[in-house]
Design a protein around this ligand. Structure first.
Ligand code: GRF
Length: 198
């Protein structure tokens, strides 16, 4: 059984890509008074850039590639869950994890799995959030950290951050501004969440 540091929740981060939110969570969890620490990073593809960042930060980082499992999502998730249990994980943070989860994994981690989404939910669940905000003529955009439930991007929000949409924004420039907000919001919300977890 892994050693527990009293008062620090053991967090796993699931990623599919660059892992910039993951990096922000790892850094926040390394602060002396942090209420959590990132003890494991799992990617569903070996191409996820975040794996190298996690490794360089001294966090165990592994790939559980979904491809060999084909359509058997449950088996892929069971492999992930086994690693979460092996590392004594208490809270799961999805951070750009691009796989839909089955009700089984969501249920296994009910109330203990968080996600960050790059919109002011309930606006724009799903993909292409920044293009949709610009197309709608919104003056504000942002990001939401929420509890994961079975419906995609539907769970209760734990926190949001807002940024302005500028007249000359493209989806890329807006995404960049929102990302800066994401990197502040996610560690903040996860800290508050972990402090109140029983
Ligand atoms: C972020 O915009 C996050 O909100 C969304 O996917 C993106 C992941 O980016 N769910 P990164 O891998 O954390 O850089």
């Amino acid at each position: 059984m892994p050693i527990r540091i009293p008062g620090r929740r053991r967090v796993a981060v699931l990623i599919s890509g660059a892992g910039s939110n993951m990096a922000a969570l790892i850094a926040a969890g390394q602060a002396p008074d942090a209420p959590f620490e990132v003890v494991l990073v799992i990617a569903n593809t070996p191409e996820a850039g975040g794996l190298a960042i996690a490794g360089a930060a001294g966090v165990p980082a592994l790939t559980i590639d979904h491809r060999p499992y084909g359509k058997d999502r449950a088996a892929h998730e069971q492999a992930i869950n086994a690693m979460l249990d092996e590392h004594g994980v208490e809270v799961v943070a999805l951070a750009g994890y691009m796989r839909l989860l089955t009700p089984w994994l969501v249920g296994r981690w009910a109330g203990r799995m968080l996600n960050i989404h790059p919109s002011l939910l309930p606006l724009y669940p799903g993909l292409d959030t920044h293009a949709r905000a610009i197309a709608a003529g919104d003056s504000e955009a942002g990001c939401t950290v929420h509890i994961v439930t079975e419906g995609v991007d539907e769970g209760p929000a734990l926190g949001q951050a807002r940024v302005p949409v500028r007249d000359d924004d493209t989806p890329a420039t807006l995404a960049e501004r929102v990302k800066v907000a994401e990197h502040q919001l996610y560690p903040h919300v996860l800290s508050t969440y972990c402090r109140t977890l029983h």
